[in-house]
Design a protein around this ligand. Sequence first.
Ligand SMILES: Cc1ncc(C[n+]2csc(CCOP(=O)(O)OP(=O)(O)O)c2C)c(N)n1
Ligand code: SF4
Length: 272
Amino acid sequence: MSIYEKYMRIDKFPHIWCPGCGYGIAMKSVMRAIDRVGIKNDDITMVSGIGCSSRTPGYLDFNTLHTTHGRALPFATGVKMAKPEMNIIVVTGDGDATAIGGNHFIHAARRNIDMTVLVYNNYIYGMTGGQYSPTTPQGKFATTAPYGNIEPPFDVCNLAAAAGASFVARGTVYHAVPLDKLIEQALRKKGFSVVEVLNPCPTSFGRRNKQPTPVIMMNWMKENCIPKVKYDKMSDEEKVGKIPIGVFVDIEKPEYTEQYQLLIDRAQSLAK
Ligand SMILES: Cc1ncc(C[n+]2csc(CCOP(=O)(O)OP(=O)(O)O)c2C)c(N)n1
Ligand code: SF4
């Protein structure tokens, strides 16, 4: 049996994603990473909000929760608190994670609760037809920014790091092999782990922003996403328009469910 058959709900296909969308590549990367770590299907709970990215749990044969828009992390937190031994993977879009769910994202990171959060960033609200999100670059076009977006965007990795995540990385679906490794590292990490995955959305973002085909979008990633080690050595001039990929944060910190158990133990010993 291939690893894809091992982890996929074959009867749920065909999927809803557009031709040229990167989410299928990301989903395969997730499966390969899980296989490398060797986690059993029943020991994983995959949680999502709402969006094209958030359809992922429907196609995978784990314990899965497709929740409300922006609320994947509160649901995931509930599962982890009830079953700390469970491996939690959250799949969320840039809108789901940093707009409506932005508050949950920073507080889950601050608590350092043990889960792997995959923020699929296509710079837009894909499912609802291309409204701008907090990651849409300045000057780019969206249905709600027909003259160009004037807002400065969030950098998802900087946001996660500043809020307290213990593992933060960025990959792209063009760089699928390194992406497997980043997701594997995140899965192995105890603590709040974030992997931002850059994805082409030709339908809602590309065709409004002079990237009308999936090939053009993939080539853009190939040319502009630079391994962090190389990026760090570049001059400020060379860095303009380039995006570093790789690991940004990998630190040890107290994990929330363990701290919570210690609190219960302390309270119970006081009650005796
Ligand atoms: C409370 C609520 N507000 C708004 C929506 C409409 N809605 C569904 S998906 C979505 C945005 C999805 O964008 P993103 O999270 O970036 O995911 P993508 O579709 O791009 O993968 C919105 C606004 C909703 N379902 N529920
Ligand atoms: S709208 Fe964009 S993100 Fe959604 S499935 Fe189509 S290409 Fe993918």
